[in-house]
Design a protein around this ligand. Structure first.
Ligand SMILES: [Zn+2]
Length: 499
């Protein structure tokens, strides 16, 4: 190399150093070696490049899905959910608590598909379903079972003014259920449910994700998976994120995040807060760490290298794989122990829904009652048996006894979201009565048997889906007794039912 060239190279390097800076981490994305029979290259893969435009509250994305046909049948088409379209109209928007969500008015959100290619060729597609929330992509030629195909999608999205799973508030952009996610094909065929305004109406397959998120330089991103690299370039910042064996991908962006880090075993726990409050931050972080350590020991290992707790504008708490959204107002001491309770609940969902998946539309009780009962288990283990019993009494038993005569309900826990009469009935049955069912196992067989059941259930179904039938089978095997009567009483509301 000639001398003058050398100086040019040095100058270029200097310019690059001044305009870009890269941060990488060495945290492993997966910290377990046993994937319970899943081959990492045998499941769906999402590669997404998305750019947020904070001024327009919009984003544009290119997404390549390597879709694996694991249906056992030949496929002519693949279906995706377009959840953002539920926010097109305030009437169909799945807003948790209308008054609060609408206090700043309503600006609609949506997703607009610009182009779809299948195997590199332009493809035909149809958008339909309630509120245009279902996308059907024709495959050009049939996809044999066991084969995979690349489906590329280009789209633009707009966030609604709405402090919900998907939307923006004053300080944050919440990206829950924001991209086209493949529908699940199970024994009932394609699951094409709309975005119900009740519960967590999602059901999705375990997959791998490589996501690049581009934002203006002053914005900080919290996300599912593991941020392996951040690069600053010309006023922008690009996050490179890797997610393995996760069934969804969510993120939150804000200029105002303060980040704290700690460890729970080999998992890095990150707390993203919007305001400085040492006491509240300590409660939030301690709760996250203690929950992961406890559930690791009792249920089986959290398999991921990172877990993010995000204080954001959100009505309550919401779980996504590797990340939870927690109402930033819970930092206020007026909410008392609620900050701790909600973090325990959403953290437990990493085991129940995240790793062990279930159909949250038809069997919402399965993950929700286990997450609720995990709160009891946490209190029992952290604050003592008496505290656990009190917690159960005041959060499950007494509210149930008080409410049951006061609301209209058939007492059937296991039914589709569309058959519940509203949040009151859903909450009372799916959370409270479901947890009482688990407690009835503790009362007869002892708490150690409950742990044994949960450990076996987790070990058997991690990274897969489970059903009520699967859970009951584990209960019956561990206790060596029939659960039919208990099921009829608690789950089927004393109506005829069987598993
Ligand atoms: Zn929950």
């Amino acid at each position: 190399m000639k001398r003058y060239n050398k100086y040019i190279v040095l100058l270029i390097i200097l310019v690059l150093l001044l305009t870009s800076c890269s941060i990488t981490n060495k945290i492993p994305t997966l910290i377990v070696e046993d994937y319970n029979g899943i081959k990492l290259d045998g499941i769906n893969k999402y590669e997404i490049e998305v750019e947020l435009n904070p001024h327009n509250k919009s984003y544009s994305a290119y997404q390549k899905v390597t879709y694996v046909n694991s249906t056992g049948d030949k496929l002519e088409e693949v279906y995706f959910h377009l959840y953002p379209n539920a926010y097109k109209k305030v009437e169909t928007a799945p807003i948790l608590f209308n008054e609060e969500a609408l206090s700043r008015g309503y600006v609609p959100g949506y997703i607009e598909i610009e182009e779809i290619r299948v195997g590199g060729k332009e493809a035909r597609y149809l958008i339909g379903g309630q509120g245009d929330t279902i996308l059907k992509v024709d495959l050009l030629s049939p996809l044999e079972s066991g084969e995979s195909i690349e489906i590329e999608l280009k789209y633009e999205g707009k966030l609604p003014l709405n402090i919900d799973r998907f939307g923006y508030g004053e300080d944050v952009f919440n990206f829950g259920n924001w991209y086209p996610v493949a529908s699940v094909f199970d024994d009932s065929g394609w699951n094409l449910d709309p975005y119900y305004s009740l519960g967590d109406p999602f059901y999705s397959d375990i997959a791998n994700y490589d996501v690049k998120i581009k934002v203006p330089e002053d914005i900080i991103v919290a996300s599912s998976g593991n941020i392996i690299k951040e690069i600053k370039e010309g006023g922008k910042k690009v996050y490179y994120i890797e997610g393995r064996l996760i069934r969804d991908f969510a993120w939150v962006a804000s200029e105002d995040f303060l980040i704290m880090e700690s460890y729970a075993g080999d998992t890095l726990v990150k707390l993203y807060a919007l305001e400085e409050d040492e006491d509240a931050a300590k409660i939030a972080m301690d709760t996250g760490v203690k929950s992961i350590e406890l559930f690791n020991a009792l249920f089986g290992p959290y398999p991921y290298g990172v877990y993010s707790i995000v204080m954001t504008e959100f009505p309550t708490g919401m779980e996504y794989p590797g990340i939870v959204f927690i109402n930033k107002e819970y930092y206020d001491e007026d909410y008392g122990e609620y900050l701790e309770q909600v973090i325990v609940h959403e953290t437990a969902h990493q085991w129940w829904y995240g790793v062990v998946g279930n159909d949250q539309i038809d069997e919402a009780w399965l993950d929700e009652s286990l997450a609720t009962y995990s709160e009891v288990i946490y209190i029992h283990n952290i604050y003592g048996e008496g505290a656990g019993e009190d917690y159960y009494k005041y959060n499950c038993q007494l509210p149930y006894e008080y409410m049951i005569g006061r609301i209209e309900t058939d007492e059937v826990i296991i039914k589709s979201l569309e058959d519940f009469k509203g949040w009151d009935e859903y909450g009372l049955l799916v959370y409270t009565k479901g947890a009482m069912f688990i407690n009835s196992i503790k009362e007869e067989f002892g708490i150690d048997t409950v742990y044994e059941i949960l450990k076996e259930y987790y070990s058997r179904y991690r990274f897969h889906f489970s059903t009520t039938e699967d859970f009951i089978r584990v209960c019956e095997e561990v206790t060596n007794s029939s659960f039919q009567e208990r099921l009829n009483k608690w789950i089927y509301g004393d109506k005829e039912g069987g598993v």
